[in-house]
Design a protein. Sequence first.
Length: 312
Amino acid sequence: PTVSVFQNLMAALEGGVAACAVVSGTAAVSMTLMALAGVGDNIVAVSTVHGGTYHQFKVLAPQLGIGCRFVPSNDPEDFRALIDEKTKFIFVESISNPKYTVPHFEALAEIAHTHGIPLICDNTFGCAGYFCRPIDHGVDIVLHSATKWIGGHGTTLGGVIVDGGTFGWGTHANKFPQFHRDGGQEGSGELKENALIDMLFVCSLGDSKTLIVYPWTTTHQQLTDAERFEAGVTEDHMRLSSGIEHIEDIKDDFHRAFANMDGYQVSTAIVQAQLLHQQQQKRIIEALFGSSEPLPLSTPRISHAENSSFNL
């Protein structure tokens, strides 16, 4: 009953007709992929998707016989050019992570529906419809990692799939034969072994705590250098997810981190403008995380910050 309440609330928040709760955001993507596509099919996705989603589409989907065609631009016509009779859906994010690209929903919906396929959107950054309701703009299926803003406290994994009720599944029944088969493989959980390494370095976002992450070696570590640059991830890039702490406390913690950088001084103006040179950022990473070297997801390491007064 509690799951049903959550599903109904999510459908209402997103303006959909029904929702299905799953174990994680990764599971929401994988279950949707395997429900709609099979051996010999393909999908079209924007290249700026989250690193975990990119890995699913590029590595795991081909193992199931499903091809993925990535679009490196935000031009709807570039999506149209990659669609053929075997394409099962178009996949975008409402606000891409971490490049913050916003798709042209209406144009993409028109292209998808012209070819008889649904438009699917990961709306995790839309905060359960608070900032964005893609279904209102022509999207057929909305996905969420409920681990983020929906959960809000970084304590629980979850995901959800919302059907907008706008796509004629019956009309296109022959295009999606998976709906006429028993069973279906469920997706696996997200890689969260490194959650709460300490209060600062956590591969998540949308939490009540302020979290900082270095995408180059965490969320997008499985991509090649070229793929990371295409996704908007660079070596001098750090992503900050603001929590509910007082802003002055957050700023004070950053100043403490800068003060620990072997006497290196960063002015308030530079910090606020975020005009840090690549080498400066690497030194900040070392001050925040205890090391400038990559921290592998499989072997989380406690930061030196644990033994200092620098904690959020």
